[in-house]
Design a protein around this ligand. Structure first.
Ligand code: ZN
Length: 103
């Protein structure tokens, strides 16, 4: 039981980091992977994710009722979702559908 939860959490973070790196590649063009700003966002998002009491019931923090993110980070993650969301279709069609259903 506990391990399933862990696997799910790990998956969500993988998706999150994939979305952020897609966004970074398309917008910041840093050849060494994530730029500092995006790396900061990823670390921040993962931290919030760990602390959020609702992680089991939702898929992405953008769909969460309580806002763990501060305003600046929320604006940044929304930008990432908007950019990477449609592009995720190429990588994870099922995940995208899940994401859209939540919205
Ligand atoms: Zn970046």
């Amino acid at each position: 039981m506990g391990s399933t939860k862990l696997i799910k959490k790990k998956k969500e973070k993988e998706v999150l980091s994939l979305m952020i790196s897609l966004y970074c590649k398309g917008n910041h063009k840093d050849s060494n992977g994530l730029c500092e700003t995006c790396n900061e966002l990823l670390v921040y998002a993962c931290e919030r994710w760990e602390k959020c009491p609702f992680t089991e019931k939702k898929t992405f923090c953008s769909a969460c009722k309580i806002h763990c993110y501060n305003d600046e980070m929320r604006a940044r993650i929304k930008q990432v979702m908007r950019y990477s969301g449609p592009r995720m279709l190429f990588y994870h069609p099922i995940l995208l559908i899940k994401h859209l259903l939540i919205k």
